[in-house]
Write a protein that binds this ligand. Structure first.
Ligand code: EPZ
Length: 419
């Protein structure tokens, strides 16, 4: 297994381009199952997760071609069964249920297993399918949904931890081919949900209110093929901005939607960094002393849970006491034990991390546990004295396109070594 070695203490400068969004590309690729016609999706990032999704589409009978960031899918005939072997590698596979139910009026998909970042049930997805008239059965590790026909309904998808992103996507993709009108209350407002709705509308769907808490979907008889460019990855963008904050003399990220990253840039400004934004680029630079902050993760447009670990790394060397409260995945703190091995001072109290900034971090061998935790360890390694060895980097390759190469472009001394 590959490892990443980071020789810390080198200032970063220059600019990099942001890739297409993983969390937008995955449901959009799944949505191509809704039509027999060809769909062309551009800016699909080169990640193990997008490769997994293409394997699932091919397994379900779609013709799939990929040429660098452009993917062509023609799902003329589709199966409605996605077995364990195919979907076990990636939780987001769950978002093929909606399109299969919409198109085939049935779907059998292996239930996603446990997840290191916390409890991740799909009860809200299933509640939505039932409201559209589907029967839902969970047996033998599979979820089976079927309906002679789907009928529009009013569905509230807000759960204990707020709206659900993939749940909103899944129910939206089932409802576009239902008879009548569906209203989703408590819908997720994430930019990735809006990007999916825009793609579906290009396919001939009738969706209004994407990006608000209330979406209205008027069912249509059939959808046609379409072309689409995936939005930039706001979490990759945020991760590089934190790299710039931790070790930058001033870096610029390009091909980004500044509005999508606002909660992160606001947090970095509150920490004392100088941020400049234009429509499609953002620059960050040191601005004298830094300030500890208090952050709480929330659904969009609040501060994203997928940036929590990276901010932990930054605040571990920001003088004073910072406090982070994780409201979406309360146990999402696998990175803390590893940061402490590098000299960070973090106390966990339930879903809150109290971070006492230290003067410096020290390079150490550390273990990646999940996608964003591994990014935080790489960021800490850039700042640390000496060499940090991050193992299990396959977690990074799930969600960051060429992370080590892009950091090298900015001046980091980082190398990938074959395990
Ligand atoms: C999406 O996951 C993202 N994944 C996650 O990013 C992200 O952390 C999450 O949204 C929150 O922003 C993709 O888009 C592929 P949720 P999703 O359903 O849709 C609870 C990354 O690092 N819930 O919005 O699976 C759930 O347990 C990944 O790129 C229910 O209780 O998350 C959580 O506490 C990690 N019942 C909360 O809602 C349900 O049926 C939000 O989860 C569904 C969710």
């Amino acid at each position: 297994m590959d490892k990443i070695l980071i020789h810390g203490g080198n200032p970063l400068s220059g600019s990099i381009k942001i890739s297409g969004s993983k969390n937008s590309a995955l449901p959009i690729l799944a949505a191509t199952l809704l039509t027999r016609e060809n769909c062309t999706i551009r800016r699909v990032p080169d990640l193990s997760d997008t490769h997994y999704m293409l394997q699932i589409l091919a397994h379900l009978g779609a013709q799939v071609e990929r040429a660098s960031g452009t993917v062509s899918v023609t799902a003329d005939k589709v199966e409605s069964i996605a077995p364990y072997d195919v979907v076990r590698k990636m939780r987001a596979s769950v978002c093929v249920i909606g399109p299969l139910l919409g198109r085939c009026k049935e779907a059998t998909v292996s239930l996603p297993g446990g997840c290191i970042i916390g409890d991740r049930p799909i009860d809200l997805h299933l509640k939505g399918f039932e409201a559209l008239g589907a029967a839902v059965r969970v047996e033998g590790g599979n979820v089976k949904v079927f309906a002679p026909k789907l009928t529009g309904a009013v569905i509230n998808l807000r759960g204990k931890f707020g709206p659900t992103v993939l749940g909103t996507d899944n129910v939206m993709m089932a409802a576009v081919l239902a008879e009548g009108t569906t209203v989703i209350e408590g819908a997720a407002q994430e930019p990735e949900v809006v990007d999916l709705a825009n793609f579906l509308n290009k396919m001939g769907a009738k969706i209004e209110g994407a990006g608000t808490r209330r979406m209205i979907i008027e069912g249509v008889k059939a959808l046609h093929g379409a072309e689409h460019d995936v939005i930039p990855d706001r979490i990759e963008a945020g991760t590089f901005l934190v790299a710039g904050a931790m070790c930058g003399k001033g870096i610029t990220i390009k091909r980004v939607d500044a509005e999508h990253v606002r909660a992160t840039t606001d947090a970095l400004s509150s920490c004392g960094f100088k941020i400049e934004t234009k429509e499609d680029w953002i620059s960050i630079a040191p601005n004298g002393s830094t300030t500890p902050v208090e952050l709480t993760t929330e659904p969009y447009p609040g501060f994203p849970t997928d940036m929590q670990a990276q901010m932990c790394a930054l605040l571990s060397t920001t003088h004073g006491i910072s406090v982070i409260t994780e409201n979406i995945f309360p146990q999402r703190y696998m990175h803390v034990a590893e940061l402490k091995r590098m000299g960070a001072h973090v106390d966990l109290e339930g879903s809150t991390a109290v971070i006492k900034g230290v003067d410096r971090l020290f390079g150490a061998p550390v273990m990646a546990s999940d996608l964003r935790a591994s990014a935080a360890l790489v960021l800490a390694g850039l700042k640390a004295e000496g060499t940090t060895e991050v193992s299990r980097v396959y977690h990074i390759d799930r969600g960051y396109e060429h992370l080590d190469e892009k950091l090298s472009e900015l001046g980091a001394h980082i190398e990938r070594v074959k395990g």
